[in-house]
Design a protein around this ligand. Structure first.
Ligand code: AMP
Length: 170
């Protein structure tokens, strides 16, 4: 099934000059949704048992949890500052304008666990890099960052020194 057909381009959202990659048509179609999760789970490295799948707030939660189910792994939400109820590790990271903070529960990952990080879009890579740093703080091992799509013209992959997989590249 062609996932590409279910991604909608929204020009000038949320700001002028950005083409927003809207995955809601994909989420709304049962066959496309299941196929997307199946294809992403199949990209996980052969022969390595994934212990935890991280989904990045908020769109990464949806298909991230479906990947976790397929890989028989636990699911870990990484959230924006102040959303998680228990003790957290935090990481500041740069956005196009300004800064933001992502957080993970301190007991989300045990030392040495194999972690797969999932989000919908890899753009500049700042978000995924911050999540890799959070996993490192907990002494987990990131075995793959996996995205529905990557925006190659932004070279986000260059920021990540872990294997990157995606179904689509623009
Ligand atoms: P970045 O840190 O620049 O790689 O941005 C990644 C985060 O921003 C992801 O959580 C994406 O969901 C979101 N994002 C960035 N650019 C886009 C885009 N053009 N369309 C949809 N989401 C985007």
């Amino acid at each position: 099934m062609k996932i590409d057909d279910f991604i909608r381009d929204i020009p000038d959202f949320p700001t002028s000059g950005i083409i927003f990659k809207d995955i809601t048509p994909l989420l709304a179609n049962h066959k496309a949704l299941v196929s997307c999760a199946d294809q992403l789970a199949a990209l996980s490295p052969n022969g390595i048992k994934i212990d935890k799948v991280i989904g990045i707030e908020s769109r990464g939660f949806i298909i991230g949890s479906m990947i976790a189910e397929r890989l028989e792994a636990g699911f870990i939400p990484v959230r924006k500052k102040g959303k998680l109820p228990y003790q957290v590790k935090s990481k500041n990271y740069s956005l196009e304008y300004g800064e933001d903070t992502l957080e993970i529960h301190i007991d989300a990952i045990q030392p040495g666990e194999h972690v797969l990080i999932h989000d919908d879009v890899l753009a500049t890579g700042g978000t995924a890099k911050a999540v890799c740093d959070l996993v490192a703080q907990l002494r987990g091992v990131v075995v793959q960052c996996n995205f529905i799509m990557k925006l190659d013209f932004l070279h986000g992959e260059d920021k990540l020194n872990v294997p990157v997989s995606s179904l689509l590249a623009y």
